[in-house]
Ligand binder design. Structure first.
Ligand SMILES: NC(=O)c1ccc[n+]([C@@H]2O[C@H](COP(=O)([O-])OP(=O)(O)OC[C@H]3O[C@@H](n4cnc5c(N)ncnc54)[C@H](OP(=O)(O)O)[C@@H]3O)[C@@H](O)[C@H]2O)c1
Length: 309
């Protein structure tokens, strides 16, 4: 089989795609590639200045495409609700794809506005709430694509203690837990839309190891200054470029042969790089009882009613 590339993305002229964290790294690459194929992209970014710069870049790269910007801070449920309302208004409840891409990795002990541990709060709870709030806007045939990580294999998810209140906080464990939560949520969403007879694909993707701002953002939180710069350059030695890293999610968003519940990633060198393809999640990510429990706890913590229920 020939290697799938951006050139294989089918025409996206009729599709509207919302991408979280679209001002940087994989989100920016995804938005640019989709806009270049004619998609109407909605960039959901937490910082309005960085968001506007991203919007300019997407528009410039596509000769003035139909891109819009929405302010979204996933670490603040009030912002998530406001953004969802705005997206529903902008799109007229006609959304083809929601890409839950934004993320923060291995952060020091920090809390979201609502008091959740920062990584589970941003990477999982904020995205789950956004997904449920936007469910009425998703058109028949729509896709929800959530970006997970190889790090989901680290486990560490304790559904009874999502916010590390009863155990010592470990930044890497908290990241793994949030990325495992992304997969459990995706597969539970897939089961529920099937049971409800909804025409919706819930799928996941991961980028292997990709050169983005993710590691730099972590080091900036831990040790700002020259150390962050050193780590940034070191990271370049072990990662693939962002164009390659975005391919699994672009495949999940656009390829015709995608089915609900599938997971895509790079297929070479232990899924760290290479051509995009179907990959296998850990056994923990397929744990149905855990997924049901997470779904319930997520609804309780966010106060957002699940959809489908
Ligand atoms: N790069 C990799 O090797 C790798 C590997 C596995 C998985 N991933 C996953 O890939 C996804 C994209 O990350 P990336 O590698 O492209 O990193 P990135 O360049 O740091 O981009 C992350 C994006 O998420 C946004 N974000 C962070 N916190 C947010 C919040 N509270 N509300 C809204 N947006 C927020 C960032 O906004 P700001 O610019 O405002 O910070 C940025 O736009 C993440 O889910 C990450 O876990 C990446």
């Amino acid at each position: 089989m020939t290697r799938w590339t951006e050139a294989d993305i089918p025409d996206q002229a009729e599709r509207t795609v919302l991408i979280t964290g679209a001002n940087s790294g994989l989100g920016m690459q995804t938005a640019t590639a989709l806009a270049a194929r004619g998609a109407t992209v909605v960039l959901a970014c937490r910082d309005s200045q960085r968001g506007r710069a991203a919007l300019d870049r997407v528009r410039a790269g596509t000769g003035g495409s139909d891109a819009t910007l929405v302010q979204l801070d996933l670490a603040d449920l009030t912002s998530v609700r406001k953004a969802a309302d705005e997206v529903r208004a902008i799109t007229g409840d006609r959304l083809d794809v929601l890409v839950n891409n934004a993320g923060v990795m291995a952060a020091p002990p920090r809390r979201t506005v609502d008091g959740f541990e920062l990584q589970i709060g941003t990477n999982h709870l904020g995205h789950a709430a956004l997904t449920w709030l936007l469910a009425p806007a998703l058109l028949p045939g729509a896709r929800v694509v959530t970006v997970s990580s190889l790090a989901h294999r680290g486990g560490g998810l304790d559904v009874d203690d999502l916010n590390f209140e009863r155990r010592p906080y470990r930044p890497v464990t908290a990241y793994s837990a949030s990325k495992l939560a992304n997969l459990l949520f995706t597969f539970e969403l897939d089961r529920r839309v099937r049971a409800a007879g909804r025409d919706l694909l819930a799928v996941a993707a991961h980028p292997g190891l990709t050169d983005t701002e993710l590691v730099a953002n972590t080091t900036r939180m831990l040790a700002p200054g020259p150390v962050a710069q050193l780590v940034k350059w070191g990271n370049k030695l072990i990662t693939q470029g962002v164009q390659a890293g975005a391919l699994p999610q672009l495949y999940a968003i656009t390829a015709a042969d995608v089915h609900g519940g599938e997971y895509f990633g790079p297929t070479a060198l232990g899924e760290t790089r290479g051509a995009p393809g179907r990959v296998t999640p850990s056994l923990a990510a397929r744990h149905e009882r855990m997924a049901k429990l997470l779904w319930k706890v997520t609804a309780e913590l966010t106060g957002v009613p699940p959809d489908p229920a």
